[in-house]
Each structure stands twice: as structure tokens, then as C-alpha cells.
Design a protein around this ligand. Structure first.
Ligand code: F6P
Length: 361
């Protein structure tokens, strides 16, 4: 048997732990199984960029961030636009990718990725490619699993950063805005805000008003707290307004990348409450470096689960955490858009009960 594996989408702590677990499980529980890694996500499948993965190749990678295979979140084989070996390939090149799989004699493909990557895996599954998915993203917004790996690390890094920023906020009587990743879903902001004692949390799922944020800061000042911590999800938006994207300095055109909303907010908050307001954008720091122990364990469990599905031929499935168990579910369970924070759910309720405000009242 020969098994292919690729990592797609934004990198995420724990990707290497998945690769290692897949290779090792196939070695220990399979019979002479060979593993071939495709480099840089689906780009490697189209361009036929491969690397053999044996025990030596995955030795020592468990604690390493990133992915030894490389990743890409711009290369959709069904709508391609990339120069490959001097040739500009455009449009649907999925046939080329499938032909490469066949040429290598790939019996099953393990795809490690978030919503975009798993949606592409699904498209290949519909073409008859035997696929097994593994859910990844620091945003934790994938349907079909109770948690993705990478999230725990991101929340840990964000919480530590907020703890550190707390001391400056308090010493200098400032409003400190800490912006975290979270494109569609505010899970990182919500969890790190609760873990590190944020005063205001802004999520994409709960539109805010400047008045709502300022009222929370004022209320704290009246209670003798002359500082506040505002945890901002990069995808947060004002009531009736839009998300903030980076723009080209030269042309003003939107770059399709979220981020920077905190700068506008800081200026507005400073104007309305008169406290110096400062911004820290954590950005890719949340995705970088070594995975937490919890993420290493989840990633390893997912990798072993995916490898076992390959060995028994249970294709078109995805490893998923359901309650405390890791099991295989239909890969289509990941479809249907991002899994969002429920504004009326338990976590938001706990935050409100402990005095956290969401800028919505
Ligand atoms: O999906 C994970 C994520 O980290 C988002 O939170 C963020 O908006 C996006 O990736 C950024 O991706 P990139 O590094 O490709 O701009």
C-alpha cells in the first residue's frame, strides 16, 4: 500500500505531530506501507512535488511548529492560477493532480487542513479519490469536530500575552487592545479573554458599538479601575458595519487580509473616555512555534485515527473529536460554513456572568 499526505491552509502548531503519527501508525499497524508527502498542499499534487516519508523523516518533528511538508492556501486545483515549472496553469487542473496520484500508485490520500482544504479534499473525494481528512485550524471553527488541533496553543499564547499586557495597562492607566486571529469565529478571543481576565471581548458573532465599549471602560473607571483590557478578534465588526482589511498603501485597494481594526477602535476609545489607548496585534505569533502538550496529543490521536481509516479502507472520512473520543466521521460533516460562537451559548454566558462585556450594550 502507498499512502499520500499533504498539509494545506495556514500553518498551525501540531501539523508535524499529525504527519509523524500517520507515518508511525502505518508503519506499526500496516504491512510495509509506504508514505509519500506532497509538498506545499495541493500545489504539490498539481506540480508533482513529493518527498518520501519514513521513520527517519519524521524523527524529532513532534515538538516542531509549522509543517515539514510546507503548506499553501492559495492553490485550488479546481480554480488554479500558478506557474509550475515554467508553465502558467490556470482553471481546473484537478485531472493533472489525480493523474499524479495514479502515477505514484497512491491508494489513499490523507489531507490535513481547515475548511478550505477539506472542502477541496471533498471535491477530490467526489471524483473518486480515496481521502481521509484531519481537521486543523487555530480558529477552532471547523464543523464536524468538537475541537481542532492548534487552538489550544493559540489560546495559550494569547492568554500569556494578555497577562503580560495587563501589567502595563494597570501601571499606566491605559486601555490596551489585544488583537487576535479569528477570521469568521471569535473562539480564540473568547477563550483567551476569559482565561486572562479581559474586560471587553469583541467577536465577529456579536457586533459592537463604540458606545458599548466606552460604557464598559467608564463603568470600570467609576469602580476605581483606571485601565481596561479589550480583546479583539480580527474579524470583529461594528453594528451595521464591515470587517477591516489591510489595504495597499499605494492604491488603497483591499488586500483580502483581515487585521488592524484595533487601531481605529483605540483612537475612538481614547476620544470618548480620555484614557490613552494602545494596540498590540498578535497575528501570526499565535500560529508559530511549538504546539502545546494538549495539541500534540490531539494531533497524534487524529493522525493515528486517520492512518487506521486508511488501513481498513474507510475512505471519505475525517478524524474528529466528539466529546472525549476521537473517531472517524463522514468528511462531509466539515461542510456548511464555519462553526461560530453562539452568542446565547454557555461560554458567552459564563463571560457575561463574570463581568466581561461584549460592547453590545
Ligand atoms: O484560519 C487561520 C487563520 O490564522 C485566520 O485566523 C487568519 O485570518 C488567517 O489564517 C490568516 O491567514 P494568512 O496567514 O494566509 O494570511
Amino acid at each position: 500500500m502507498r499512502v499520500g499526505i499533504l498539509t494545506g491552509g495556514g500553518d498551525c502548531p501540531g501539523l508535524n505531530a499529525v504527519i509523524r503519527a500517520v507515518v508511525r501508525t502505518l508503519q506499526h499497524e500496516g504491512d510495509g506501507v509506504e508514505v509519500l508527502g506532497f509538498r506545499d498542499g495541493f500545489l504539490g499534487m498539481v506540480a508533482d512535488r513529493v518527498m518520501p516519508l519514513d521513520g527517519d523523516a519524521v524523527s524529532g518533528i513532534l515538538p516542531r511548529g509549522g509543517t515539514i511538508l510546507g503548506s499553501s492556501n492559495r492553490d485550488d486545483p479546481f480554480n488554479f492560477d500558478h506557474v509550475v515549472d515554467g508553465e502558467h496553469l490556470t482553471g481546473d487542473v484537478s485531472g493533472r493532480a489525480v493523474a499524479n496520484l495514479e502515477r505514484h500508485g497512491i491508494d489513499a490520500l490523507v489531507v490535513v487542513g481547515g475548511d478550505g482544504t477539506l472542502a477541496l479534499a471533498n471535491q477530490f473525494a467526489r471524483l473518486g479519490v480515496p481521502v481521509v481528512g484531519v481537521p486543523k485550524t487555530i480558529d477552532n471553527d471547523l464543523r464536524g469536530t468538537d475541537q481542532t488541533f492548534g487552538f489550544d496553543t493559540a489560546v495559550g499564547i494569547a492568554s500569556e500575552a494578555i497577562d503580560r499586557i495587563h501589567t502595563t495597562a494597570e501601571s499606566h492607566h491605559r486601555v490596551m487592545l489585544v488583537e487576535v486571529m479569528g477570521r469568521h469565529a471569535g473562539w480564540i478571543a473568547l477563550h483567551s479573554g476569559i482565561a486572562a481576565g479581559g474586560d471587553v471581548i469583541l467577536l465577529p458573532e456579536i457586533p459592537f458599538t463604540i458606545d458599548g465599549i466606552c460604557a464598559a471602560v467608564e463603568e470600570r473607571r467609576e469602580r476605581g479601575k483606571s485601565f481596561s483590557i479589550v480583546v479583539v478578534s480580527e474579524g470583529a465588526k461594528p453594528l451595521g458595519g464591515e470587517q477591516v482589511f489591510y489595504r495597499s498603501v499605494a492604491t488603497g485597494a483591499e488586500k483580502g487580509r483581515l487585521g488592524g481594526i484595533s487601531h481605529t477602535l483605540a483612537s475612538s476609545i481614547e476620544d470618548c473616555v480620555g484614557l490613552e489607548s494602545r494596540v498590540t496585534i498578535l497575528g501570526h505569533v499565535l500560529r508559530g512555534g511549538t504546539p502545546s502538550a494538549r495539541d500534540r496529543i490531539l494531533a497524534t490521536r487524529f493522525g493515528t485515527c486517520a492512518a487506521r481509516q486508511v488501513l481498513v479502507g474507510n475512505h471519505q472520512t475525517m478524524a474528529a473529536l466528539r466529546g472525549t473520543d476521537v473517531l472517524a466521521v463522514p468528511i462531509t460533516d466539515a461542510e456548511g460554513g464555519p462553526r461560530l460562537v453562539d452568542p446565547g451559548g454557555q461560554m458567552v454566558g459564563v463571560a457575561r456572568a463574570t463581568g466581561i462585556r461584549f460592547g453590545d450594550s
